[in-house]
Design a protein around this ligand. Structure first.
Ligand code: 4AD
Ligand code: MG
Length: 480
């Protein structure tokens, strides 16, 4: 028989009709109340059992973690916390869960730390926190596609295996290591592809940008949304070795258009989850409030999670040039010690996350878009400004997160780009196809990359990026 998902069962009126649900047991209290969750909502459905109507063997198997099917009548609930419950007439055990083994796992009903949950990444989706985070992650993904599709962008699948380093930062995972000038040969003198499939050095992509640029030059407006990889040894709560990135690229957009797009896009997706994830947001908001209670006053969040999201949706992002930001930072006293850990001595220094967070959280108290960075600290493909010192780069900085978006207007001039690549020691041969774009109908164009997990982090109020992706990949950690 077709079963009803719990989210729909809970939305129904009490009736005398029979209903069947399937899910996993969260708890079985007093041999009478089974709380069942099927993942369709954070809420459990309470199934009430008259134990004298059931055989003992079946009831014994109604243990935390077990998969069951329940048939009964949806009635008005006598208890608090739910409007309806099931008056159970039949229970079928679909998959048992041995209580002794459950005790050793995170399915056991006590409170586990997030670190502990990470050790059993295959089970953590059964907790309320991860259920809520993963449902929100899915809704955010949908909102990303919805935004771009509704605005005339084409979804583009950029390659995962590439021969280039889009960021020029050398942080790539190698797929095959081989000296392209000296490939392995078979007995007949042909390249031995078995030994090396691509007969050249390849790596996992760090960004789909360069390929997206080529497609923007034909389709006008494109976006990518796929996995990207960085072999940077950053063991922080904001870095993953494998993360998902959203990269729109638009022909004829300049840096201002790019900033408008980033701001509009972020507001849209956050509004989407505010409107469509109420139950999960309420749970996650309470989770943050609970955690805050254990913290000193100064470290507590000033706004609730939903107020934080609404604030971003309803207010303009502050746009500030790098040069203005440096002046602000030089004249600021960030804390009681009145010093940053890393003191900015002069114009040209890269900002550290403490500076970014100071600007957003203490100085402007809203999301900030920093633009026109020194050319020396940004990637080779960014459009050089007339001052010849700065490039049309932009970073969007968010409270509690730091950099959430990095983007730029691209250098569209063939000679300037070529010179820049030479100066930065980027192989022209490898990127000849990218340079070609500047030969055949070049034009102003811009784009950006948004780290999807950083967005999920912000939207869910979670504190560590490892807790917003199903299977986090970080230095020394790819167990599952
Ligand atoms: O600033 P990044 O390196 O920019 C690019 O990759 C450009 N090619 C994007 C473009 O213009 N199309 O990365 C963009 C964003 C960052 O702002 C951050 O949100 C995220 O990707 N990001 C990471 N997220 C998680 N873990 C990491 N190791 C990340 N590195 C970057
Ligand atoms: Mg960046």
């Amino acid at each position: 028989m077709k079963h009803t998902e719990i989210v729909h069962a809970l939305a129904k009126e009490a009736s005398l009709h029979e209903i069947t649900i399937k899910g996993w047991v969260r708890s079985f209290r007093s041999n009478r109340f089974i709380a069942v969750n099927d993942g369709s909502t954070i809420k459990n459905l309470q199934c009430v059992v008259d134990f004298e109507n059931f055989d003992e063997e079946t009831l014994k198997k109604v243990t935390t973690g077990a998969a069951i099917e329940v048939t009964g009548t949806l009635v008005e609930s006598q208890g608090q916390g739910q409007s309806v419950e099931v008056q159970t007439s039949k229970i079928t055990i679909l998959g048992e869960a041995d209580p002794e083994e459950v005790k050793l796992t995170i399915l056991s009903p006590k409170r586990h730390s997030l670190e502990k949950l990470r050790e059993q990444a295959h089970l953590r989706v059964r907790t309320n926190t991860f259920g809520a985070v993963m449902r929100m992650r899915s809704k955010l993904s949908f909102a990303v596609h919805k935004y771009f599709q509704e605005n005339g962008f084409y979804y583009m699948h950029t390659p995962i295996i590439t021969g280039s380093d889009a960021e020029g930062a050398g942080e790539m995972f190698k797929v095959s290591a081989l000296d392209p000038k000296n490939p392995p040969l078979d007995d007949d003198g042909n390249v031995n592809y078995k030994e090396d499939f691509f007969a050249k050095e390849t790596n996992l992509t760090v960004s789909g940008q360069l390929e997206a640029e080529t497609y923007a030059m034909g389709l006008g407006k494109v976006y990518t949304f796929g996995p990207t990889f960085r072999a940077e040894n950053s063991n922080t709560s904001r870095h993953l070795a494998e993360f998902w990135m959203i990269e729109p690229e638009v022909a004829f957009n300049d840096l201002n258009d790019n900033m408008d797009l980033a701001e509009d896009f972020i507001k849209y997706v956050l509004k989407y989850v505010l409107d469509n994830c109420q139950d999960d947001l309420e749970f996650l908001e309470n989770r943050v409030l609970q955690e805050d209670k254990a913290k000193p006053q100064a470290e507590r969040q000033e706004m609730t999670l939903r107020d934080k999201l609404s604030f971003v949706v309803d207010n303009n992002f502050k746009r500030v040039s790098y040069t203005e930001a440096i002046d602000i930072l030089k004249n600021s006293k960030p804390n009681k010690k009145k010093k940053f850990k890393y003191i900015i001595e002069e114009w040209g220094a890269d900002l550290q996350s403490e500076h970014e967070r100071f600007l957003v959280e203490k100085h402007f108290k809203c999301p900030v878009i920093l633009f026109d960075y020194p050319a020396t600290i940004k990637a080779f493909y960014m459009r050089l400004n007339e001052d010849e010192k700065t490039v049309r780069a932009m970073d969007v900085l968010f409270p509690g997160i730091g950099e959430i978006v990095g983007g730029s207007q691209r250098e569209e001039r063939y000679d300037v780009l070529k010179q820049k690549m030479q100066a930065m020691d980027i192989s022209e041969e490898e990127l000849s196809w990218y340079l070609d774009l500047r030969k055949f109908g070049t034009c102003t164009h811009s784009g950006f990359g948004l780290g999807f997990e950083r967005l999920v982090l912000f939207a869910t109020g979670m504190g560590n990026i490892r807790d917003v992706i199903p299977y986090p990949r970080t230095p020394g950690n790819a167990e599952f």
